[in-house]
Design a protein around this ligand. Sequence first.
Ligand SMILES: [Zn+2]
Length: 213
Amino acid sequence: MVGEIWMLHRVVEHVSNVPEQQELEVTAIWLEQKILEYQRQGYTFVSIDNLPKRGRWVCLTFDDGYRDNYTIAYPLLKRLGVPFTVYVTSGFIDNRSPMWWYPDQQLGMSAEELRLLDLDPLCTIGAHTVSHPKLDTLTKAQQYKEIAESKQWLEQLLGHPIQHFSFPHGAHNDDTLAICRKLGFHTVVQSWGGPLRRGENPYPLPRINMTIK
Ligand SMILES: [Zn+2]
């Protein structure tokens, strides 16, 4: 048995020519081919809400809350019937705080787009802090604020509990894990670690960074 949790960010029509941005981008065509290739090999695509204990499966996740997750990835995944999770940095919604790695661009999803995604059972919304800091550089109180406020903001907008969390930059320490457990997150994911083997249910869960290269 092998389970793979894929980490993605942006889904675009054409990749950028800025190398640091390319690492965050896949094309819709590439993603569709990758999904079909795995389905041909017998993998099932599953939701983070229901990770299987056996079999071969893939769980698709997107970090940050880019608008293209709604405009480009969602129609593709809807057509293929593939479940997915979007981990939202609450400050990026409606572009209230900048994504500093994309200067002068407004790439965040709107609150309305987020609400529409959340209404589809194929999509699970998770939290990803308020401002996308490296959590292991913050005090425990600062970490608590970043994590709890993003969860509460999303719960207020969407009207239901938020049960999954992703560490920005994968960065975390023992305080982060204690806070996430205390806030009741069912799963937390990091940004590396490869596939899951039979019977494993770690906290945090490993992911595989999916890039075109
Ligand atoms: Zn992120």
